[in-house]
Design a protein around this ligand. Structure first.
Ligand SMILES: *Cc1c(COP(=O)(O)O)cnc(C)c1O
Length: 461
């Protein structure tokens, strides 16, 4: 009378997933073994899987969610728009949501960014900025009778997306090196990472020599540069590198002095993540181009935008007269409606004002980690907090097997995280409560102490 145990729904979905799908940024061999959650629903900062297990969304669904899942105002905006029309082309026609959102972005963005070009993900928003910067420089240089530049300046450990143009400006070896033969490399300067100071100095006594290094490179290459492309204040995918204050303003000053356009990639930092609506605000910087995406729709729908100065529009209007670039879903009305509701709600719920208390709550919960031998470089900006893991003996902990074990331990305690190399971080939705953010931070710290107790940091890879 033996019964064959029937495969449960979770197992059968994972089996079908493994046969039919290919997940982004997944180590394929590890993914094939992984008991990944099958998410069914979400509410606020909580996700629920088909087995009824609940998880805190510690990465804001990879940095996109701003106001929590199933926010009533966003749900309403989506439903109301879908009752009218889901999509019609933006080539040769327009609609009110796209116009209102462009005006809103222009009002909120740093001064001078007056034109909005829509796309549907961060990579293309940056790529559009790169192409427009090229067209802009092309017209100016032809006028001056000089050669047309074709190289970008970017930073080591920078990340700007996965299309080939943005990969060329990417500086994360693990992601980008392999595609080197396919892309045009940038001129790069070291990341201004105080934990690994490129000038071998410490923050209390330095004079931002890293900014001088970048400034000298810009001077050396000024004739060849289309633009300077950076993630202002925070190099997110490169390992949550928080810039020393003053670096952004100095870099922007060098760009102005040398007349090189500055492209701010605010795809990760935009919409409050770093404590202000845009990171550039914190150092009074008005870039010539700004790319936004990720949190623009509160994490609901794919929408991105490239904001540019009027002089860029005018240059392209003059020659070639048309920007030969567009996407099938440019200015999707559902996404525009939800983005407008997101910006309204971000304001009406006073979420920016509540960030410092929530950040302090995380850091308070991590106090015990400050002296832990397996942790270094605890840092935070806005509502982003990060730390680096190291093994006994001091080397960074980088082996994917151990990192995925740590991630699974956190998941078993109800927290979803996603390490970036040896860096662990929390980026909760801004709507997280103080209690919930404290719970996230505590689960992470408990996970690490437990891992240490089991000797995970003593292993040799
Ligand atoms: C995520 C990200 C991108 C790419 O955005 P996608 O929507 O994933 O294409 C570009 N730049 C930065 C800084 C990002 O964090």
């Amino acid at each position: 009378m033996s019964t064959i145990p029937s495969e449960n729904l979770h197992e059968s979905l994972l089996r079908r997933d493994r046969r039919a799908l290919w997940h982004p940024f997944a180590n394929l061999a590890l993914w094939e073994r992984e008991d990944a959650p099958v998410i069914e629903s979400g509410e606020g900062v909580w996700l629920t899987d088909i087995d009824g297990r609940r998880f805190l969304d510690g990465t804001a669904s990879l940095w996109v969610n701003l106001l929590g899942h199933r926010h009533p105002a966003l749900d309403r905006a989506l439903l109301s728009q879908s009752g009218r029309i889901a999509h019609s082309t933006f080539l040769g026609a327009t609609h009110e949501g796209a116009i209102a959102l462009a005006e809103r972005l222009r009002d909120l963005a740093p001064a001078g960014l007056s034109r909005v070009f829509y796309s549907d993900n961060g990579s293309t928003a940056v790529e559009i900025a790169m192409k427009l910067a090229f067209l802009y420089q092309r017209v100016r240089r032809i006028r001056q009778g000089k050669k047309i530049p074709a190289t970008f300046f970017s930073l080591e450990r920078g990340y700007h997306g996965d299309t080939l143009g943005t990969v060329g400006a990417g500086g994360i070896e693990r992601f980008h090196q392999l595609f080197g033969p396919l892309v045009r490399p940038s001129v790069t300067a070291p990341a201004p990472d105080c934990a690994r100071c490129p000038a071998g100095l410490t923050r209390n006594s330095c004079h931002l020599e890293c900014a001088d290094m970048a400034g000298r490179l810009l001077e050396d290459h000024r004739e060849d540069l289309v633009g300077v492309l950076v993630e202002p204040l925070l190099q997110a995918a490169g390992g949550m590198i928080v810039w020393p204050s003053g670096y952004l303003a100095r870099l922007a000053q060098s760009c102005r002095n040398l007349d090189i356009p500055l492209i701010a990639d605010e795809v990760a930092t935009g919409f409050g993540r770093t404590g202000t609506l845009f990171a550039c605000e914190q150092e009074g910087v008005s870039p010539d181009f700004m790319a936004v995406g990720k949190a623009l729709t509160g994490g609901y729908l794919p929408l991105a935008a490239t904001l540019v100065r009027e002089s860029v529009y005018e240059a392209v209007r003059e020659d070639p007269g048309t920007f030969y670039h567009g996407h099938s879903y440019t200015a999707n009305p559902l996404a525009c409606a939800v983005a407008l509701a997101t910006l309204d709600t971000l304001e009406s719920e006073n979420l920016l004002q509540a960030i410092p208390e929530k950040r302090e709550t995380i850091l308070e919960c991590w106090r015990s980690l400050e002296t832990a031998p397996f942790v270094e470089n605890i840092r935070a900006i806005g509502l982003i907090a990060a730390l680096d893991l190291r093994r006994e003996g001091g080397l960074p902990l980088l082996d994917p097997g151990t990192l995925s074990e740590i991630r699974e331990k956190a998941r078993a305690k109800g927290l979803l995280i996603r390490p970036l190399g040896a860096t662990l971080y929390l980026i909760p939705p801004l709507s997280v409560s103080v209690e919930e953010v404290g719970l996230m931070a505590r689960i992470l710290s408990d996970t690490l102490w437990e891992s240490a107790g089991e000797g995970l940091f003593a292993r040799t890879p």
